[in-house]
Design a protein around this ligand. Structure first.
Ligand code: AMP
Length: 319
């Protein structure tokens, strides 16, 4: 990686504040920093020179979902940092930590095209120089939904997010609603720990056929990808049934589960929950979230949608 922490960047701030990407200098590459202390200095310098700093935490392998978060951060802030870190402490034994797709050069290029100022891409050793002796525990909220099959996952997520917040000191942090439980937990952490950071949860970006974009979609064969459409298809059906007047959460969840099972995916959960507490609901309300997780072959996928109101599923047709 040739652009590592050079201390310099492309033409300073060219085109920032325009409606990007049109206003961006296509040659401007973000500064890439690998060490936490250097990242803190770079982030402080950006805040000093520009103003509000937005952070988009990612595990890299950037796709249009991540890029939409970057756009959102750009719209809300004067400078944008993206972190690229496949965080080992949020992967359980037997999960895909080693296989997780990594391509930092491409990520930096895409980030540059979107006007990102700073890419923080630490090594695991830089983030965890010693065996961690303490972690943020999410409590009950972290034990539901994905927390059931991934014990310790959200503790790993919150701990690394808190570290990123302390290292980069952003004013705004943008997360995707794709990882709905994660966005709820991060917001809760910032509130309970009095962090001076505004947490934004941005809409899910989907492929034209409805599949929620995910770095893990790269694992899917063509045939598996077809089956994976049953997640968004099931959610669409739930929204349709809700719009038609169905309020019984179990009945709605059953329809979603049925759609997924008939496509031959292995359902992990289908739940209709209250969006703030993630508690299961007996009666569905417009702001209730239907959250699903399933295995398609060996790939674990998640998706979710609110039952009422506007949705990223609007306008998507399918089987
Ligand atoms: P990841 O790299 O998968 O850890 O994701 C980094 C951030 O991007 C998280 O806040 C995710 O919720 C968000 N994200 C991932 N996929 C999407 C998507 N399809 N639409 C919107 N946000 C997404």
């Amino acid at each position: 990686m040739s652009r590592e922490d050079p201390g310099a960047r492309g033409p300073a701030g060219a085109g920032r504040g325009d409606a990007r990407p049109a206003g961006a200098d296509p040659d401007a590459s973000p500064r890439v920093v690998r060490e936490p202390e250097a990242a803190r200095e770079a982030a402080r310098a950006l805040r000093g020179a520009r103003g509000r700093l937005g952070l988009v935490p990612t595990m890299g392998s950037l796709h249009d979902g991540h890029l939409s978060l970057i756009e959102r951060a750009r719209a809300a802030c004067d400078a944008v940092a993206v972190s690229v870190f496949v965080n080992p402490t949020q992967f359980g034994p037997g999960e895909d930590y080693d296989a997780y797709p990594r391509d930092l050069d491409r990520d930096v290029e895409l980030a540059g095209e979107r006007g990102v100022d700073l890419v923080f891409a630490p090594t695991p050793e830089a983030m965890y120089p010693a065996e961690p002796s303490l972690r943020v525990e999410p409590g009950r909220l972290g034990e539901r939904l994905c927390g059931l099959s991934r014990p310790g996952h959200f503790s790993g997520v919150l701990t690394v997010v808190l570290k990123l917040f302390h290292i980069l000191e952003p004013d705004v942090a943008v997360f995707g609603r794709k990882d709905f439980q994660q966005s709820v937990l991060v917001r809760r952490m910032t509130e309970e720990l009095n962090l001076p950071i505004e947490v934004v949860a941005a809409p899910i970006v989907r492929a034209a056929d409805g599949l929620a974009l995910s770095s893990r979609n790269a694992y899917l064969s063509e045939e598996e990808r077809e089956r994976a459409l049953s997640l968004s298809g099931g959610l669409r059906l739930a929204r349709e049934r809700f719009a038609a007047g169905e309020r019984d959460a179990e009945a709605l969840a059953d329809r979603v589960r049925g759609t997924m099972e008939s496509a031959g995916v292995e359902v992990e959960y289908v739940e209709i929950v209250e969006p703030g507490t993630l508690e299961p609901l007996a009666r569905a309300a417009p702001d209730a979230v239907c959250a699903v997780a399933a295995r398609v072959g060996s790939t674990r996928l998640i998706d979710n949608a609110t039952l009422g109101g506007a949705s990223s599923l609007d306008g998507i047709r399918g089987a």
